[in-house]
Design a protein around this ligand. Sequence first.
Ligand code: GLU
Length: 295
Amino acid sequence: MPADLSKQPVFRFAPSPNGLLHLGHALSAIINHDMTKECNGRFLLRIEDIDTTRCRPEFEAAIYEDLNWLGLNWEKPVRRQSEHFALYGEMLERLIARGLAYPSFMSRSEIKAAVTAYEIDGKIWPRDPDGAPHYPGNEREWDIGKRRDMLATGRQHAWRLDMERALKEIEGPLSWRETGAGPDGETGEIAADPAEWGDIVLSRSDAPSSYHLAVTVDDALQGITHVVRGHDLFHATSVHRLLQQLLGLTEPVYHHHRLVLDKDGKKLSKSDGSTGIAAYRAAGRSAADIRALLL
Ligand code: GLU
């Protein structure tokens, strides 16, 4: 169901507090803020801190400081995803009840070993658009008794979407409206291809919701009409469209923008402090300098 575009547009910037914001984040936040102003919309900030092992309060504090310094204003209170695990859990339960999610027990190293073994004589195991191998386990075929027995052992597991079943549940092809551009200049009405992601993770023992699940739930719940973000998340939109369709959530318009690259042409990393917004501030640069540098 498309978001109601006759209402006041709602934008969001949704950083994860697992490091300091860099120029790529500044570009995304500024574009979001400028688009909000242009169409007299609302601008929300959402803290995507589902990975409680890597997110830190000091990084969250730094996000507020950096965005304030850039001259951006957002509505308060800010939504913090770590405060809403119960809601994402409910959404997961809905998928489980419909037979669309299953518990998977292979660890990251077991997955790696299985894929390496398969590829040893030159065959290629399918990978998702980020380069991660599709899940090689066969738990999706287990009957309910075997699932229950394995869960009862208390072994660590991740809940995954049964992609094949999920695609059978939805009617017709999925697409989204792209007003920006993907990495290869894709724009306009884009055909979604969630199957290229395989059986995506919906929750893990150490992170009760995956990014994909939390982001689609929150975008709908917060009434987001325009998702503006870097084109590294362009292909992930296929998964978001599928989850929206399965869970009856609203579908925003998407606008993917260019990434800021380092001198070697690579995407900026939070671990490289030299491109951090805070480093520019400390070096005496102004918010206007940052705008001039990026836009
Ligand atoms: N939290 C994600 C990140 O920091 C962005 C999510 C989004 O914009 O959809 O990369």
